[in-house]
Ligand binder design. Structure first.
Ligand code: PLP
Length: 376
């Protein structure tokens, strides 16, 4: 990626298109190729050397993610692999402060590390700033998922990160729901910004990948060692697909967010819906916090129907356009009742449906939702 001298800095929408391209040479490639190599010629030690240590296709995607997040980025085989690399780095007995309502995979991992006696975890409501600040003394790592999945709570990131850094706590932010187009944790002072690249960055529900970005050189090296030794690396084809996907991130997210706000607004007036959670709604309890620092509110919303868990299942099964599937952040809309998975947190209502809003025509989506709500 190059910005001509004296020109204005590129905006994020341009950065995702231009970053991670090969150097310009006559007849050279416009796109990086898929580097299918487990090893490389190595007449001298140095360089990647071996496929678990580095790969050109990873580097291209890492450059594109870094262009958005700031810092430098390491790609992993999944979002959970990236999170595990961070948690595995902590010393035995370290205290982690984390959201009590985070992504069920992260919650299960924290519970496992706790029950193995590896770490102590303080669970907090991340949207309650004083509760988070009170938990900081003695915390080694503050892990902030914001907005949370699927409760859609928003942490006051600038305030909390500043306070945590004053106390020398390590701070990691799971940026999956917002993406760096909407919030930049590293610029706010966080040590790590993590993404499940599987979701919005890749955007097509066809790969699993994760990333960690950091501006701290020493931390980058420690995380890279975790990747080399943990071995939870990405496949080059997956990296290439995600690079292709990230090129359209800005336009996909814009469309999905517009759709999400419209659907959240209509759902909040629907007689069969008792509660809508979407930080973009002015009536949402997290809207004021989100508005302070988020550029957009993402494209995932949750709602509770005025009925039972069984009714919510009927609604999700009745859609024709929206697929009943887990995951989020793709071009296609997906929904599901979260509690059909036993790992979901008990604090999430049984009748809560999470909807990842895609880029389809909003009227088609609404017609599908409205008709599905008629099935109970
Ligand atoms: C907020 C959040 N973080 C992390 C993950 C884990 O990512 P992956 O499925 O890529 O391992 C998910 C997956 O749904 C998620 O929603």
């Amino acid at each position: 990626m190059s910005t001509p001298k004296d020109s204005r800095p590129l905006s994020p929408a341009s950065l995702v298109v231009s970053a991670g391209r090969p150097a310009v040479t006559p007849d050279g490639e416009l796109n990086p190729s898929i580097s299918l190599n487990s090893t490389f010629h190595a007449p001298n030690a140095g360089g990647a050397g071996y496929g678990r240590y580095g790969n050109e296709t990873w580097s291209a995607l890492e450059e594109a993610i870094s262009a958005l997040e700031g810092g430098r980025t390491l790609l992993f085989g999944s979002g959970m692999a990236a999170i595990s690399a961070v948690f595995n780095m902590l010393p035995h007995g370290a205290v982690i402060t984390a959201s009590k309502n985070g992504y069920s995979g992260t919650m299960s991992l924290l519970k496992k590390l706790e029950s193995d006696g590896r770490v102590d975890v303080r669970y907090v409501d991340v949207s309650n700033t004083s509760e988070v600040l009170d938990s900081l003394p003695g915390t080694v790592l503050l892990w902030l998922e914001s907005p949370t999945n699927p409760a859609l709570e928003v942490a006051d990131l600038p305030t909390i990160i500043t306070a945590a850094k004053k106390l020398n706590c390590g701070v990691g932010v799971d940026n999956t729901f917002a993406t760096a187009l909407n919030q930049q944790p590293l610029a706010m002072g966080a040590d790590i910004s993590m993404n499940s690249v599987t979701k919005f960055l890749a955007g097509h529900s066809d790969v699993l990948l994760g990333s960690l970005s950091t501006s701290d050189g020493a931390l980058f090296t420690r995380l890279e060692d975790q990747r080399k030794l943990g071995g939870a690396i990405a496949g080059p084809f997956e990296a290439w697909l995600a690079l292709r996907g990230i090129r359209t991130l800005a336009i996909r997210l814009k469309q999905s967010q517009e759709n999400a706000l419209e659907i959240a607004t209509r759902l909040s007036k629907h007689p069969k819906v008792s509660k809508v959670r979407y930080p973009g709604l002015p009536s949402d309890p997290h809207h004021a916090t989100a508005k302070k620092f988020m550029k957009g509110f993402g494209a995932v919303l949750s709602f509770e129907i005025a009925g039972s868990a069984g009714d919510a299942d009927k609604v999700c099964s009745a859609s024709k356009l929206i697929s009943q599937a887990t995951s989020l952040g793709g071009v296609e809309s997906l929904w599901e009742r979260r509690h059909r998975w036993s790992a979901e947190s008990p604090s999430i209502p049984e009748n809560l449906i999470r909807l990842s809003v895609g880029i389809e025509d909003v009227e088609d989506l609404w017609a599908d939702i409205d008709s599905a709500l008629g099935y109970y």
